[in-house]
Design a protein around this ligand. Sequence first.
Ligand SMILES: [Mn+2]
Length: 356
Amino acid sequence: MTAHADDAFRNAVDQDVLFDHYGAAARGANIFGLTATPEEAKILLLPVPWEATVSYGGGAAEGPAAILRASTQVDLYDRELGLFYKAGICLLPESRDVRQWNDEARRNAVKVLAKGGVDASNRKYCDRVNALGEKLNDYVYAETKNILRQGKIPGLVGGDHSTPLGAIRACAEAEKGIGVLHIDAHLDMRKSFEDFPWSHASIMRNVAEGVPGVEKIVSVGIRDFCREEKEFVEGQSGKIDVFFDEDMAGDMFSGKTWHDVCTAIADKLPRNVYISFDIDGLDPSLCPHTGTPVPGGITFNQAQFLIKTLVKSGHRIVGFDMVEVAPGRDTEWDANVGASLLFVLCGWSLRSQEEK
Ligand SMILES: [Mn+2]
């Protein structure tokens, strides 16, 4: 067990600490109101309250706590999957280290963002942000490795979209030649963003260039990107397939079905798949407070059907993340949607272990 996982376990059995982290809703119960311990649970969810380099709206660092609070509203029975939650789903406690790294990185990042990038006067702040980003990547990698070593399914709860790099790396080492199903409004293929290489806007570029165990990336729902990102994708000789939001909608306006689209997406992926789900891939009415909302996007039912189709066509989900959920000040709506999607991801990940 890593030092962090050790902490996580001690915190999980210490209700006062859990109470501290998550507020009144969580006393004695974990996500979805379940009570499985980290030892019992088949799915371990790692909260990563990190949003160091957010460029527009903030709040994603509060995503895990908000999802936990909202998760008690999710009905546990699923007509197709039955009482799958009995396999155990457990959200680990937030790491105090990650909170501290995030706060420090955020303070430093603001000094770079204020000038629209790095120059001689703020280089040291930029360097510090990037060093803390590397620490975060190492932490997520070690925690995910640890979850996989126990034969459990890892699910990361962000945080911004920079957070799952270490999780994808760990999953790609456990199963060679995995695919990444990337659901997002943004292509996230920038070389770096405002001189931050570990940015939310670079996550899939970092996966494509830095995680050799990923043989395929399929990006879905994409409707915001720059020319450099598009050219990067085109230069990857088929390693990356993009299902642009406009094209998917256009196909359906012209008579194709969502079933057709989902089958085409699933056909592009190898058997073992990591799902990286940025909530802003959905229609922004489902995530109005996410950091960088974009008009368009898929519905909740379409997302659910896509995940189902993937599993029913014989793919195995080796890990997943749910990122960029930012709670609104006066509403639990974003977190309700995030919690529901997280439940869908948990259910079909478990089912996918059984499918041949
Ligand atoms: Mn993203």
